[in-house]
Design a protein around this ligand. Structure first.
Ligand code: HEC
Length: 128
């Protein structure tokens, strides 16, 4: 009984922590707000361009690839492909033309437009 109570208290604390994280406006990674893109559209585009053939991407059921790194916790990652700091501008650049950042990389230029890259980046930054 006592342990059950403690479990309950723990849950309340966790929820309180999550809520304060959302409302505090102090998120250490506010990238999702910076990118002027549409995450829902980005999610569709990720499916359209087949990113999931190479990447496991949370929230996209069909994205189960294992060629490239999984994109878990994207908003909290510090580097892009170990080459660039993880900023919106750099992510858009990477998505549009990976070989221009890292010649010889296995990630191809799949031909997304700047607008589309912005939407895709907006989706990736929703991944906490
Ligand atoms: C043919 C396989 C392939 C496809 C298709 C592909 N990627 Fe990649 N991607 C890779 C590989 C391999 C890497 C690792 C690159 C490196 O570190 O050199 C990578 C790296 C990345 C990274 C950086 C990951 C990290 O851990 O730093 C992101 C973000 C990314 N890809 C997003 C996308 C998006 C969005 C698409 C679709 C528009 C896409 N990728 C399509 C293979 C692919």
């Amino acid at each position: 009984m006592k342990s059950l109570w403690m479990l309950g208290a723990g849950l309340v604390l966790m929820v309180a922590g999550a809520l304060s994280g959302c409302t505090g406006g102090q998120s250490p990674h506010p990238y999702g707000l910076v990118v002027d893109g549409n995450p829902l559209r980005g999610r569709e585009l990720i499916g359209h361009y087949g990113c999931g053939a190479c990447h496991t991407i949370p929230g996209i059921y069909t994205a189960r690839g294992r060629v490239g790194p999984p994109l878990y916790f994207w908003s909290r990652r510090t580097m892009i492909a170990g080459e660039l700091p993880n900023t919106p501008a750099n992510l858009i650049r990477w998505i549009r033309n990976p070989p221009s950042v890292e010649p010889g990389t296995a990630m191809p230029d799949v031909g997304v437009t700047r607008r589309q890259a912005r939407d895709i980046a907006a989706y990736l930054y929703t991944l906490q």
